[in-house]
Design a protein around this ligand. Sequence first.
Ligand code: GTP
Ligand code: MG
Ligand code: ZN
Length: 355
Amino acid sequence: MKLKDLGYNENLEKFRVENNLKEFEVGRVVTEHKERYIVKTENGDLEAEITGNLRFSAKTREDFPAVGDWVVLTIYDSDFAIIHKILPRRTVISRQAVGEFGEVQVIAANIDYAFLVQAVDRDFNINRLERYLTICNSSKVKPLIVLTKTDLLAPEHVVVIIDNINQRIKNIPVIAISNETQEGYESLKRIIRKGKTYCMLGSSGVGKSTLLNNLSGKAVMRTDEISTSTNKGRHVTSHRELIVLGNGGILVDNPGMREVGIVDTENGLETTFDKIVRLAKNCKFIDCTHTNETGCKVIEAVESGEMDKHSYENWLRMVKEKAHFESSVAERRKKEKTFGKMMKNYKKDMKRNKF
Ligand SMILES: Nc1nc2c(ncn2[C@@H]2O[C@H](COP(=O)(O)OP(=O)(O)OP(=O)(O)O)[C@@H](O)[C@H]2O)c(=O)[nH]1
Ligand SMILES: [Mg+2]
Ligand SMILES: [Zn+2]
C-alpha cells in the first residue's frame, strides 16, 4: 500500500521535509486501544506506542495520537514501532468526553466528510442531527446525513422524514439507504472518492459497521442485532477503525455514541444555526441572549413560526452546554497552572537542598 492511497498529501510531505523528519517512517493510525496503536505504513501494519517524551509533554487527550492521524515513527522490530510525532492535523472531530467535564475526546483526525448516521425507525432524532452537525461545523468537516434501515419503513414515511430534516437543516445532503436491500447505495458510493477520508457518527445499532462491511465487501467489523428488550444497540463496536475501501475511499468506523457533548471551538453553533445569527442582528439590545428580552427578533420569529421552535430550543440547550463546558475548561486550566507552579517550586527546593 502506498501512503497516497491512505490519503497522504503534499502538505504533509512538505512539513516532514521542513522539520527534518525524513529519517522516520510515515504512517497513519488506523486503530487505537489504551495508548497502543496500529499504524499503517508502506511496510505494512505496525503495532506502536508513543515515546515517553510525547507522553510527558501531552497536556490533554488531544495531544495523543487519534485514529486518522499521520505520525512519524521508528520501526524496532519488523512489526513494532515507536511514534515520535503527530503531523499537523487538517481537521479534528472532538466531543466533550463522557463523565469528565472539561475534558475533550478526539473522535478522529484528518477527516474530510462525516456521515451522520441515523436509522429511520426508532433512532431518528433531528435534535441529535443538529448536535452532530455542530460538531462537524466546529471541526470544519463536511457533513452528510445518512438514513439507514429504510427497508423497515414505508417509502412515503421515509419521504416525510427527509422533508422534516430539510425544513430544519438546510443545504446538507441527505441519503437514505438500506443495508438490507442496498437501496440507495449507488448514491452513497458516488460520493465516496479515492484518497478522501470519511467517518461515521451515530448511535449504537444504526448499522454503521454493517455499512462499512458492505462497502468494503469484507466482514471487517463485527455487527450484532440490537437488543429486543430495550430496542437499542448493544455497543458492538468498541474501538475506532480505519479501512481502505475497494474504490480507494477511506472509511472510519466509530463506536456508537451515547452522548454527544459539544465542544465548540470554531463557531460550530453559529454555522449550524446561521438563521438565529441573522435574526439576532436586529434584536433591540446588542447583548440580547434571545431568552426573554423585549424586542428580540429571534423570539419574535419563533412566535410567528418563521423560526422552528424545536430548533431554537435545541440551540438554547447547546449554548448553555457550551458555556458550561468553557467554564469547566477555564477552571481546569487554572488548577493545572497552580499545580505546575507548585511542581516548579518543589523542583527548585529539591535543587537548593540537594536532595
Ligand atoms: N433491517 C435493517 N437492519 C439493519 C440495517 N443496517 C443494519 N441493520 C442491523 O442492525 C443491527 C446493528 O448493526 P451494526 O452495523 O452492528 O450497528 P452499529 O451502528 O455498527 O452499532 P455499534 O457498533 O454498536 O455502534 C444488525 O443486526 C444489522 O444487521 C438496515 O439497513 N436494515
Ligand atoms: Mg459497529
Ligand atoms: Zn434576541
